[in-house]
Ligand binder design. Structure first.
Ligand code: PEP
Ligand code: MG
Length: 575
């Protein structure tokens, strides 16, 4: 049994498929001088063909997953369009190297250059982009055909070192039973992909590729974060039973769709969905969401040369408002910065970008971009219950400045005669410890609070959210639990609503604790809502409060986890 990080719940039993990304295989030959123009022509044709293939993939993925996640293909298109890349290859051809060797050598050079940047995820991704582009060109030059989704021919549990959005194009998604990944954490690309595929996933497994072979029977326990290789008959039979229970539970969850999230003693909780793209609204409604608690807007801003205009944004926000048919929608203003900034918003180099000009801090440096986003949100507010929320706020002054710019945006709309919501509610995304500890002091500036545990964990524990040092979910760390309690209590004190939109809200493990701390608005990825609702409907507020009081005495995340696990198991809520 190999232990990793539980990324998405579920049990999968099946054959292992070891996914290894294509490698650059090329033959080196010297060519005669007369053949150089012919080889250069082959290079040009291959680049054109690769460009066509990648544009098709980009357009498809942008539609399915949103521009942000499809951005990886745009990065590859940019490599193909880079005159420097092409002229380096052409230079080697002019020195009488065959074009395959020239492509292979130039790509290898970049893969080494970026791949050696230890520990920097975005640099490793860059290396992977050069590998993919190099492989694509070589395949075209060798006349081999390509069609998407051909590498997985039967249902299997995919096992890989890393898995990028580009790798997914080679796999037939309908055949993926689960994902077991060596690298990554709860918020890495593979985890997000697993969630959108709704399959069980375990990440951060460490070196496993040497211990599993394609065709081995494996069991993936997404809830426990475990991968079992070639299990004995008894374990297999046991897991088959649990799998049946799991499937039955999933079906039962479907039936909860129209039922309210009400505890046994009638405490009502609202279930909201997080979305990264308007395309996800249908899924949110299908899982019974009462509203959108977090609409991330980064996808509108990434992978393009200039910021989206006010009208384009308005249309995107309106799509969500229309489809939600009168249910509330919280739009979060742009949260990028540091490594992920769009190039039209680049700030001077910072060694620790996550502690630098990110979220609201970046928006306050680009007032025109910020105000155009605010105008679009305000206008959408005239058509439905829209609220705005600011990310990464660490001090009251930032909130005041953001609101001053919002007042300017309103005046601009007045001058343009455009209808908008004059009383739009403004929220504070509490994800920095300074904002958590002073939540009540923000009261004069805000109408509601939302707790962002993903960043709150990383800033409280000084633990990078992409890091995989700890197999235990650190949102159960006593420091985080105490901060969450403080924010909920502060909001109650100042009589303002509070929700939670970090991953913790979507983990059924944390549900009784959060209910016990007094949280009554949960916002999570649509796929997690039914399981959270199931827990809420099976417990009482009274017993949840007792559990929370007990948990506040515990000293480590492990103790908290064990305590909740035992509590849920005793109520037959954990499997
Ligand atoms: C959070 O930090 O918890 C959050 C909801 O925002 P994001 O995951 O987009 O940073
Ligand atoms: Mg955040």
């Amino acid at each position: 049994m190999l232990q990793g990080i539980a990324a998405t719940p579920g049990i999968a039993i099946g054959k292992a498929f070891i996914f290894r990304p294509e490698q650059l295989n090329f033959e080196k030959r010297l060519i005669v001088q007369e053949d150089v123009p012919k080889e250069l022509f082959r290079l040009q044709t291959a680049i054109d063909q690769a460009h066509k293939e990648l544009s098709t993939i980009y357009n498809r993925m942008a539609k399915e997953l949103g521009r942000d996640r499809a951005g990886i293909f745009q990065a590859q298109l940019m490599i193909l369009e880079d005159p420097g890349f092409e002229s380096e290859i052409a230079g080697l051809v002019k020195e009488c190297n065959n074009v395959e060797a020239a492509v292979g050598e130039v790509a290898t050079h970049y893969i080494k250059f970026y791949g050696e940047a230890q520990g920097k995820e975005h640099m490793r991704e860059r290396a992977a982009d050069y590998r993919d582009v190099g492989c694509r060109l070589l395949r075209i030059l060798l006349g081999q055909s390509w069609s998407p989704g051909t590498r997985l021919t039967e249902d299997a549990i995919v096992i890989a070192k890393e898995l990028t959005a580009a790798d997914m194009v080679d796999l037939d998604r309908s055949k993926i039973l689960g994902l077991a990944i060596e690298s990554g954490g709860r918020t890495s690309t593979a985890t997000i992909l697993a969630r959108s595929l709704e399959v069980a996933a375990v990440v951060g497994l460490g070196r496993i590729l040497g211990q599993v072979n394609s065709g081995d029977t494996v069991i993936l326990d997404g809830g426990k974060g475990a991968l079992l290789v070639n299990p004995d008959d008894k374990t297999l039979a046991d897991y088959r039973r649990r799998h049946e229970t799991y499937v039955a539970c999933k079906n039962e969850l479907q039936s909860l769709h129209d039922l309210p999230a009400l505890t046994l003693d009638n405490y009502r909780v609202s279930m909201l969905a997080n979305i990264d793209h308007p395309g996800e609204v249908a899924g949110a409604l299908a899982q019974g969401a009462d509203g959108i608690g977090l609409f991330r807007t980064e996808y509108l801003f990434m992978g393009r040369e200039e910021p989206p205009g006010e009208e384009e944004q308005y249309q995107a926000y309106m799509q969500v408002v229309r489809e939600m048919k009168g249910r509330p929608v919280v739009v979060r203003t742009l949260d990028v910065g540091g490594e992920k900034s769009p190039w039209y918003m680049v700030m001077p180099y910072e060694p620790n970008p996550f502690l630098g000009c990110r979220g609201i801090r970046l928006s306050l440096n680009f007032e025109d971009v910020f105000k155009s986003q605010l105008r679009a949100i305000l206008r959408a507010g005239a058509q439905g219950p829209v609220r705005v929320m600011f990310p990464m706020v660490s001090r009251v002054e930032e909130m005041r400045r953001a609101k001053a710019l919002m007042a300017e945006a309103k005046q601009e709309l007045d001058r343009a005669g455009a209808p908008y919501d004059r009383n739009m509610q403004v929220g504070l995304l509490v994800e920095v410890p300074s904002a958590a500890l002073t939540a009540e002091l923000f009261a004069p500036e805000v109408d509601f609070y939302s707790i962002g545990t993903n960043d709150l964990v990383q800033y409280t524990l000084a633990l990078d959210r992409m890091s995989d040092v700890s197999p235990i979910d650190q949102s159960l760390h006593p420091a985080v639990v105490r901060l969450v309690r403080h924010i909920i209590d502060a909001a109650k004190l100042v009589r303002k609503p509070v929700s939670m939109c970090g991953e913790m809200a979507g983990q059924p493990m944390s549900t009784p604790l959060l209910v016990g701390l007094g949280l009554n608005q949960f916002s999570a990825a649509a796929g997690s809502l039914p399981e959270v609702k199931k827990v809420i409907r099976a417990i009482t507020l009274k017993e949840a409060r007792e559990l929370a009081a007990h948990i506040l005495q515990l000293a480590t995340p492990e103790e908290v986890k064990d305590c909740i696990e035992n509590w849920l198991t005793a109520r037959r809520l954990y499997f």
